[in-house]
Design a protein around this ligand. Structure first.
Ligand code: ADP
Length: 397
């Protein structure tokens, strides 16, 4: 079966067409600047060159139309419309309602709407994607795959904040965690690579991309993760603060005369390694170059980032009563041996020993610890689209 995977943002729409038998990507692409001037669709059919079409996209309905046109047109299309057997949608927030992927029906759509105030930027965009696909492909089954679902196994003592309990009861204020599809995929894959049953493993997954989160996976279940009510908590990220004393918000508001929305923007867009490096870059490639060239801001940013990861690894090792393997994934985790080494240098306390030669690896599965290391260190590239396609196939076949 051919599965269309859709990741719909407010002004962008990423897609992949995946063959469920071979698990190969048949075509992937992106619609950018939906509803804004200068919109375009960029896509790459397997084994062909990238195609870019600049064309007006006033809304997501038009974007989906163009995606289908790109996939099915006579000249360089890859399928006919009736070959697309199902659509898998990435949905950011499933609240407490969704602990696994589900086939989309009216009730599911309503439930996604109901938790939208927990993810006001993301869930409405995800819903627009669902509705546009329903319109363009009536009758084709669709599945919702939630970023939060994998983390729903967290125990109460990990997901509760030290807030008055009534806020949890009234509004569902608690830690939910994100990147769950990635944490789930990587932990399963790590167990396969290690040749062990995931039920016998204590794993720590470090998803280090532009957004970054870390999770503790014990016996195949997530028992803690660093992101919270929103994806702002936890690790220091490209432009997000991660953990911060909430009093900082009021302090900055007063000193700089900012509104709540403005200071929230600072925490999300102007902080992280970008802010720490004095706006040198949020991209770890630039930061690594800067670090090696002696740029103080780059050094400060990477060292502070790495220290935060080390602290979380320490905390999660304690939470699980040990750790068998630490997995690095996403843009930075998969590609930056430099940043991995900065983190692993702080892990002597659990007997981690890095094989520097193996750590030169980029973007492929590799064990990067020495044989005598007390904990296995590994690079496991994530593949959220494949995980979404697998769930979609399993529910629709
Ligand atoms: P997201 O999905 O959150 O946008 P990704 O997982 O795609 O993020 O990661 C993007 C980040 O990966 C980039 O900002 C960049 O810092 C980092 N990255 C990609 N390639 C490299 C590399 N070769 N070396 C260091 N960092 C890299």
């Amino acid at each position: 079966m051919k599965i269309l995977v859709i990741n719909c943002g407010s002004s962008s729409l990423k897609f992949q067409l995946i063959d469920s038998d071979s698990e190969q990507v048949i075509c992937k692409g992106l619609c950018e600047r939906i509803g804004i001037d200068g919109s375009r669709i960029v896509y790459t059919p397997a084994e062909k060159d990238k195609i870019t079409i600049e064309t007006p996209m006033p809304d997501h309905n038009k974007a989906i139309e163009l995606v289908i046109e790109a996939l099915t047109n006579k000249e360089n299309g890859v399928v006919s419309l009736d070959e697309i057997g199902a659509v898998g949608h990435r949905i950011v927030h499933g609240g407490e309602k969704f602990t696994e992927s589900v086939v989309i029906n009216d009730e599911v759509i309503k439930a996604i709407e109901d938790v939208s105030d927990l993810a006001p930027l993301h869930n409405p965009a995800n819903l627009i994607g669902i509705k546009a696909c329903q319109k363009a492909m009536p009758g084709v089954p669709m599945v919702a795959v939630f970023d939060t679902a994998f983390h729903q196994t967290m125990p109460e003592n990990a997901y509760l904040y030290g807030l008055h309990y009534s806020y949890y009861e009234k509004y569902g204020i608690r830690r939910y965690g994100f990147h769950g599809t990635s944490h789930s995929y990587v932990s399963k894959r790590a167990a396969e690579i290690l040749g062990k049953d995931i039920k016998d493993l204590k794993l720590i997954v470090c998803h280090l991309g532009n957004g970054a989160s870390i999770s503790a996976v014990k016996d195949g279940k997530c028992i803690d993760t660093s992101m919270g009510l929103t994806p702002l908590e936890g690790l220091i990220m490209g432009t997000r603060t991660g953990d911060i004393d909430p009093s900082v918000v009021e302090f900055i508001m007063k000193k700089e005369n900012l509104s709540v929305a403005e200071v929230t923007n600072v925490l999300n867009k102007k902080s992280g390694v970008f802010g720490l490096s004095n706006e040198l870059s949020s991209d770890f490639r630039d930061l690594e170059d800067g670090y090696l060239a002696g740029n103080e801001g780059a050094k400060r940013a990477v060292d502070t980032f790495a220290y935060r990861v080390v602290k979380y690894i320490g905390a999660y090792t304690a939470a699980m009563g040990g750790v068998d393997a630490i997995c690095f994934t996403a843009g930075v985790g998969e590609n930056s041996g430099f940043t991995r080494k900065k983190i692993i240098d702080g892990l002597g306390f659990i007997g981690a020993s890095l094989n520097e030669e193996a750590n030169a690896v980029r973007g492929k599965e590799e064990i990067i610890s020495n044989p005598d290391s007390k904990v296995t260190l590994m690079v496991v590239p994530t593949n959220e689209e494949l995980a979404i396609a697998r769930d979609t196939y399993a529910l629709c076949k």
